[in-house]
Write a new protein. Structure first.
Length: 433
């Protein structure tokens, strides 16, 4: 049976927007049956004003709600105090507990499961420290409903965090080796970044060379699972990689976990190894939902830039997705309003395919430049193997057979050009021309 939830939010001033927390609650499987907001400074004991908490209690009883979901991070005292006022059996859940719940539901790979566990432990650690501090000070196990004090719990959490980080580091090393092997094979690595529900997974499917947008995920078992494109938050928790058809370049496109606003540093840090796919890419496509209000787009662009520019050195191209949902005039206004954050964006629709060819051309233009090379090889079976290898790892512009030689002119990544030269040198002592 689906649990019924009330979503609640407090802001220091202005109007509280409950859209995102309601979407998060639904993504976690809750039925949102009620809402409550307050505009005032935070109350240290209850987070909301005590009168507003009484109103929340009444609303929970009237709507037969199973839980209250608060769109902020609650302190352990605040969680306890609100819970004490609610009818017995009702749960108080804050924003980050909810997000961790969603992450836990979506984690299918070992890496994703480890990242979720790491985030949960980092969230629990300060609460364990608070329990220890109170228990030592007041000599009352279970003080303020925080649970019975276990003096070894803090050390247990820290030890678990250290073990998980070691395992994640090992996974990251293997993934970095695989990335380098892909580059050595002539692939350019392009990462999709952006907020949840910006349409990244749909866009990946549109660009993929081996899948149509409507095809199922039973194809190509040698590659990662197909990115889903459901209209819900955090559908893509891990990474999904597909060959992309952008033209002459060999491109691998990776979709990663979507951003969500107001994530604390400890939570972003827990998913660092997933974000490595973005940080270590040759090009990043920052996907934005163009159908959203311009202020929301601006806020999300700022957050994404703050996260990406901290460690990312690759070129970044902003993609305004879902243009099928707005008219040309609105699109032009949004481009003009956001030009400082998104200079020269590409406007596309992953759903309909509109302007995807323009995006493919932009990807090729923004990727690190290839080098041109011309090799004259002696005619032999070994030379034909070199020519075949060049076809697989670069883009051949010209291939001619002249007597007992074959001429091949091509473009490729610098490392591929050097390998092609080395292979040619093994065929003959003469210098390739």
């Amino acid at each position: 049976m689906t649990e019924r939830a009330i979503v609640a939010k407090r802001v220091d001033f202005g109007d509280a927007d409950l859209d995102e927390i309601a979407d998060l609650a639904r993504a976690a499987g809750y039925d949102v049956v009620g809402e409550l907001t307050q505009s005032r400074e935070e109350d240290g004991a209850y987070y909301f004003g005590e009168g507003k908490v009484d109103e929340l209690v009444t609303l929970a009883a009237d709507l037969d709600a199973d839980c209250v979901i608060v769109d902020d991070r609650l302190g352990p005292y605040q969680t306890y105090n609100i819970g004490q006022k609610l009818p017995e059996g009702r749960e108080v859940i804050d924003r980050f507990t909810l997000i961790l719940d969603i992450f836990g539901q979506r984690a299918r790979t070992r890496k994703a499961q480890l990242q979720v566990e790491l985030a949960e432990l980092r969230y629990e650690l300060p609460r364990a420290e608070a329990k220890a501090s109170l228990a030592k000070r007041d000599e009352r196990p279970g003080f303020m409903g925080l649970g019975e004090y276990d003096e070894s719990r803090e050390e247990d959490i820290k030890a678990q965090i250290a073990n998980i980080k070691r395992e994640l580091d090992a996974i990251a090393e293997k993934e970095e080796t695989r990335r380098e092997q892909r580059r050595e094979s002539g692939f350019d690595l392009v990462a999709l970044a952006g907020y949840t529900n910006a349409g990244k997974s749909t866009l990946l499917r549109r660009l993929a060379a081996d899948l149509d947008v409507e095809e199922n995920e039973d194809l190509h078992p040698d590659l990662d699972a197909t990115a889903e494109s459901e209209d819900r938050l955090f559908t893509t928790l891990g990474t999904t990689t597909r060959r992309a058809d952008t033209g002459k370049r060999n491109v691998l496109l990776t979709d990663t976990v979507g951003f969500v606003s107001d994530l604390p540093h400890w939570l972003v840090e827990s998913f660092k190894s997933t974000l490595d796919s973005v940080y270590r890419a040759d090009l990043v496509l920052l996907v934005v939902d163009a159908s959203e209000p311009v202020e929301e787009m601006r806020e999300k662009l700022v957050t994404c830039h703050d996260t990406l520019y901290e460690r990312n050195e690759a070129p970044l191209v902003t993609v305004f997705n879902k243009v099928d949902e707005i008219d040309d005039e609105e699109l032009a206004e949004k481009k003009a309003a956001l030009t400082a954050l998104a200079p020269n964006p590409v406007a596309v629709s992953g759903l309909t395919g509109e302007n995807v060819e323009e995006l493919s051309a932009r990807i090729e233009a923004e990727l690190p430049p290839w080098r041109e090379e011309r090799l004259l090889l002696p005619m032999s079976d070994e030379a034909m193997s070199v020519v075949s290898w060049v076809h697989d790892h670069g883009h051949v512009e010209r291939e001619e057979y002249e007597g007992d030689h074959v001429l091949v002119e091509f473009e490729a990544r610098p490392a591929i050009v050097e390998k092609a030269r080395a292979k040619a040198a093994e065929l003959t002592p003469a210098e390739p021309t």
